[in-house]
Write a protein that binds this ligand. Structure first.
Ligand code: IPM
Ligand code: MN
Length: 381
């Protein structure tokens, strides 16, 4: 059998809990035979090199099979100082992530929200996928700030809406096939106000005609925010533009998980005719730097694990490893292990509370068990 060259990923730990959650992944990456290297990114890179993403680090990312991001953020004291003394034109850590997404052309951000553990309230199961356009809109960074005014230009081009809408409908169709249920997609906009939303709705409606098997409805973003808060289980695929997706993904994660500690994502670049990625995707959990808990071993590494699961599935095309990783995490959660963010006050007694590294070790142990159990079958193939 031909030896597969090991996958190689660039890891951008970033700042705050990003260091802890990516550090906790190293054993799993070795178990998966994935080579990884850490690179400076974000705030530390600004301090050291004057910019959040250097050309060297970008080149290393471009040369990798995928990128794994820890967390992006600016220390609160620095944010405070800049709000007093800054002009608004200083480089920011966030710009590093926006540039990385743009240079890698990662335009489609998939953010699944599902019940990884039984919900503490009595409600139907949630299993939704938020498909967020990741390069356009206000994130394009066109605009300016002076002492007297600030302007953001919110711009979408036709091809950008077409390609994200196509991903949305493909995801809806695939999920329906896999889950054996009708395909549904809700496109979220503000078409009663914004030009970009009127434009969005027209294009989504046109693409929908190519997917008669997918029920497509449109919803204004204010109403969508309310419906997600009230009945998140009613949604399957939510398709929306960049800024709305940013907000709705935190909202749905908070509603479904009670924290951002379980919210993974994968940012996809274009695929060729065979469905093979044309460059590296970015596995990026939804949470930020968590400065309030950084360095205390309290961060939940599971959003990063689930992001790696998405990377195995969508980018590296290793579905068996993805399934095994998911099953390993399920085992650990079934055994009632939790990081502190997963436990509501007063229910601590029902669970075994573990640290970031404690959780990581448990997942790696279970993963090793699964690999060992699989090995005899593989050699008999
Ligand atoms: C996210 C984050 C980023 C975003 C920031 C860190 C640039 O909030 O991934 O949701 O706004 O896209
Ligand atoms: Mn966000």
């Amino acid at each position: 059998m031909a030896e597969r060259t090991p996958d190689r990923i660039a890891v951008l730990p970033g700042i705050g809990i990003g260091l802890e959650v990516t550090g906790a992944m190293k054993r799993l990456l070795r178990q998966l035979d994935i080579e990884s290297e850490d690179y400076p990114f974000g705030y530390d890179s600004i301090v050291e090199y004057g910019e959040p993403l250097t050309d060297e680090v970008l080149a290393a990312c471009e040369a990798s099979d995928a990128v794994l991001l820890g967390a992006v953020g600016t220390p609160p004291e620095e944010v405070e100082r800049l709000s007093r003394e800054g002009s608004g034109n200083e480089p920011t850590a966030e710009q590093g992530l926006l540039r990385l997404r743009r240079e890698l052309d990662c335009f489609a951000n998939l953010r699944p929200m599902e019940d990884y553990v039984p919900p503490s309230e009595d409600r139907p199961a949630v299993d939704l996928m938020l498909v967020r356009e990741l390069l356009g809109g206000v994130y394009r960074g066109e605009g300016h700030i002076t002492e007297d005014e600030a302007v953001d230009i919110v711009r979408y081009e036709r091809h950008e809406v077409e390609r994200i809408a196509t991903i949305g409908f493909e995801v809806a169709r695939t999920r329906a096939q896999e889950k054996g249920r009708p395909a549904r997609l809700v496109s979220v906009d503000k078409a009663n106000i914004e030009y970009i939303s009127k434009f969005w709705r027209t294009i989504v409606t046109r693409i929908a005609e190519q997917y008669p098997d997918v029920e497509c409805t449109h919803m204004f973003v204010d109403n969508a925010a309310m419906q997600i808060a009230a009945r998140p289980w009613e949604f399957d695929v939510i398709l929306t533009e960049n800024a709305k997706g940013d907000i709705l993904s935190d909202e749905s994660a908070g509603r479904v998980h009670g924290s951002l500690g379980l919210a993974p994502s994968i940012s996809l670049t274009a695929r060729d005719a065979e469905g093979v990625p044309t460059g590296p995707d970015i596995a990026e959990s939804v949470h930020g730097a968590g400065f309030d808990i950084a360095g205390e071993g309290k961060a939940n590494p599971l959003a990063t694990y689930y992001s790696v699961e998405l990377m195995l599935r969508y980018t590296l095309k290793r579905p068996d490893d993805a399934d095994n990783l998911r099953a390993a995490i399920d085992d650990v959660l079934h055994a009632q292990y939790r990081t502190p963010d997963m436990v509501t006050m007063g229910r601590e007694g029902a669970f075994r509370i573990v640290s970031t590294n404690g959780m990581a070790d448990l997942v790696s142990d279970r993963f090793a068990d699964r690999l060992a159990a699989r090995r005899p079958a593989t050699s008999a193939d």
